[in-house]
Design a protein around this ligand. Sequence first.
Ligand SMILES: *[C@@H]1O[C@H](CO)[C@@H](O)[C@H](O)[C@H]1NC(C)=O
Ligand SMILES: *[C@@H]1O[C@H](CO)[C@@H](O)[C@H](O)[C@H]1NC(C)=O
Ligand SMILES: *[C@@H]1O[C@H](CO)[C@@H](O)[C@H](O)[C@H]1NC(C)=O
Ligand SMILES: *[C@@H]1O[C@H](CO)[C@@H](O)[C@H](O)[C@H]1NC(C)=O
Ligand SMILES: *[C@@H]1O[C@H](CO)[C@@H](O)[C@H](O)[C@H]1NC(C)=O
Ligand SMILES: *[C@@H]1O[C@H](CO)[C@@H](O)[C@H](O)[C@H]1NC(C)=O
Ligand SMILES: *[C@@H]1O[C@H](CO)[C@@H](O)[C@H](O)[C@H]1NC(C)=O
Ligand SMILES: *[C@@H]1O[C@H](CO)[C@@H](O)[C@H](O)[C@H]1NC(C)=O
Ligand SMILES: *[C@@H]1O[C@H](CO)[C@@H](O)[C@H](O)[C@H]1NC(C)=O
Ligand SMILES: *[C@@H]1O[C@H](CO)[C@@H](O)[C@H](O)[C@H]1NC(C)=O
Ligand SMILES: *[C@@H]1O[C@H](CO)[C@@H](O)[C@H](O)[C@H]1NC(C)=O
Ligand SMILES: *[C@@H]1O[C@H](CO)[C@@H](O)[C@H](O)[C@H]1NC(C)=O
Length: 515
Amino acid sequence: MFRSGSFVIAVAGSALFAIGVRGKDNGLAITPQMGWDNWNALGCDVSEDLLVQTANLIVDYGLRDLGYHYVILDDCWSSGRNASSNNSLIPDTTKFPRGMAAVADDIHALNLGFGMYSDAGRYTCGMYEGSLGHETVDANSFAEWGVDYLKYDNCYNEGYAGNQLISSTRYRTMGDALNATGRPILYSLCNWGEDYPWNWGSTVANSWRISGDIFDDWDAYDARCPCEGPDAWNCELPGFHCSVTNIFNKVAFIVSKAQPGAWNDLDMLEVGNGAMTDPEYVAHFSMWSAVKSPLIMGNDLRDIAPQDLSILSNAAVIAVNQDPLGQSAARRWLCHGNGTNGESGGSGIQLWSGNLKGTVHEDYNDYVVLLVNGNNNATVMNATLEDIFVDSGPRGHAPQVDMSWEVRDLWAGRMSNETAQAIIDASAVASNTTNGYNATTITSGGNATAIFDNRYNATAMSYADGLAANNSILLGSVTTTVQPSGTLTANVDRHGAAMFRLRAIPTAVRKRDEL
Ligand SMILES: *[C@@H]1O[C@H](CO)[C@@H](O)[C@H](O)[C@H]1NC(C)=O
Ligand SMILES: *[C@@H]1O[C@H](CO)[C@@H](O)[C@H](O)[C@H]1NC(C)=O
Ligand SMILES: *[C@@H]1O[C@H](CO)[C@@H](O)[C@H](O)[C@H]1NC(C)=O
Ligand SMILES: *[C@@H]1O[C@H](CO)[C@@H](O)[C@H](O)[C@H]1NC(C)=O
Ligand SMILES: *[C@@H]1O[C@H](CO)[C@@H](O)[C@H](O)[C@H]1NC(C)=O
Ligand SMILES: *[C@@H]1O[C@H](CO)[C@@H](O)[C@H](O)[C@H]1NC(C)=O
Ligand SMILES: *[C@@H]1O[C@H](CO)[C@@H](O)[C@H](O)[C@H]1NC(C)=O
Ligand SMILES: *[C@@H]1O[C@H](CO)[C@@H](O)[C@H](O)[C@H]1NC(C)=O
Ligand SMILES: *[C@@H]1O[C@H](CO)[C@@H](O)[C@H](O)[C@H]1NC(C)=O
Ligand SMILES: *[C@@H]1O[C@H](CO)[C@@H](O)[C@H](O)[C@H]1NC(C)=O
Ligand SMILES: *[C@@H]1O[C@H](CO)[C@@H](O)[C@H](O)[C@H]1NC(C)=O
Ligand SMILES: *[C@@H]1O[C@H](CO)[C@@H](O)[C@H](O)[C@H]1NC(C)=O
């Protein structure tokens, strides 16, 4: 455990942070990567039009300026290898008539990054050509095309797995090939948590998947995603069709592995794909944000409902994900299903909390508190300061327990359906009048200015700078305070979450030597 609680508390100025451990040394993903990938919503139904239209919508909807940077093309884009060209991959010309470099150019013109997909095996999961044994030529193609991100899968790996050395070597080969191109390419390792990638992933890649593929469901049992339940993590068979709850339970044991440049990847978001309730999507987005998972949207932006755009646009929650400390929240307790209310079951209630960078007092960081209700009834949840700050001192005696804290509800400022709908409508009008998707029209269109008025713009000011400047969109407004030794209480929806930022109340802060 190289990131102990005492390390965390000692991070006062920036000096310690600057020499802190970093992940892969390509300078990327210093905060978790954000973007969009077509797989969850559209699978193999990929094309140039899909990517370019989506890239324009990411800009129109203000999502680029909230940090969603990478437009990622998943599986099913190639049509074999070219024997007269070093066996390089051939893009499918039906789906990508202008080739990949032209798509990259269009995406770059919008100030977005372009991601692609391959597989550390004989074939990709969709049975297209894989990159095993072709790492150099494929990395060179990606670099030549202007690719900024590679998602690298694990299907058909021909049995080159089974221990950490074999798996890490197979993935390192591509990492080295990407590095050798000289182009900084974010490397997203996707071996579903096989062979403990959290142990070796930080020296190989910028993120590693920790589980089988996500499925658009809160907590459904599915035999294809074995290794179920709140204490399951060591999964020899990762499977797929894993619920949000299943994956979240698995990350609880490895949160300390997340660090700048190297993140636990809980898989792409399902927000907006239609099978979960609004509170479930709110909880899903909150959970992924709190543990510093990459935030990769997985819905079809051409058909987005306003309430889903509103979730994906919550800058106060994204600011937790993009916090400059880069530390995951940790689970403090879990009460198993049927918890305290004895109602109709469910996956239990959980308290998570963790450090955020603070600017109020040099000794005390802000803190994130996440209350997750997996039970089948809404419930009042209670988190004591002792439990929230259990890492910050001897149990029950952390100095923070003796302080007063502002409680800032990070969902209180959620965008209304009406505003989200107005943003969607403005984009449709702008694209229509110019006979095609045109990114520049939305921000210049009169009413759009008003729509974006009260929104955070991370392109204009980074999350780190906005937090340091006490930007109210990021911090939210104070809803209540917790007194010394007090309890934070929240009414949490069935299959929902409440998420707060705690800030030390300056007048109540005492110097350590006075304690
Ligand atoms: C390649 O790796 C070296 C260190 O091994 C690092 O300094 C450099 O930035 C990397 N380059 C790219 C393009 O990732
Ligand atoms: C094949 O690879 C070699 C070595 O990297 C390179 O010099 C050559 O130009 C490549 N040929 C083609 C057709 O891309
Ligand atoms: C294969 O590579 C050769 C040599 O670079 C090129 O002329 C040809 O167009 C390529 N074929 C396909 C199908 O891309
Ligand atoms: C939860 O409570 C319900 C209703 O009392 C009961 O039927 C069910 O068996 C309980 N489940 C567990 C896991 O205890
Ligand atoms: C629990 O939820 C069920 C259905 O969701 C509802 O019928 C029941 O009244 C709820 N119980 C309580 C105590 O709220
Ligand atoms: C939280 O505290 C309230 C008030 O004491 C109590 O009614 C409620 O049952 C508690 N919630 C849980 C989940 O224990
Ligand atoms: C937003 O729209 C959704 C779907 O129609 C609805 O369930 C929700 O209540 C709406 N929210 C508000 C605040 O109106
Ligand atoms: C786009 O233009 C067509 C034809 O002018 C019109 O019928 C349609 O309503 C327009 N759609 C939007 C969203 O403005
Ligand atoms: C986008 O629209 C603006 C304003 O209508 C126009 O000046 C610009 O040429 C258009 N760009 C493209 C690529 O169509
Ligand atoms: C501007 O957008 C608002 C909704 O945000 C709408 O109520 C208003 O009618 C719009 N004004 C114009 C001129 O389109
Ligand atoms: C965000 O700020 C950038 C840079 O100042 C600007 O180009 C962009 O239009 C802004 N985005 C929105 C949605 O206002
Ligand atoms: C931010 O707010 C805190 C607490 O009110 C205050 O101590 C600090 O000086 C503020 N920072 C800036 C840059 O305004």
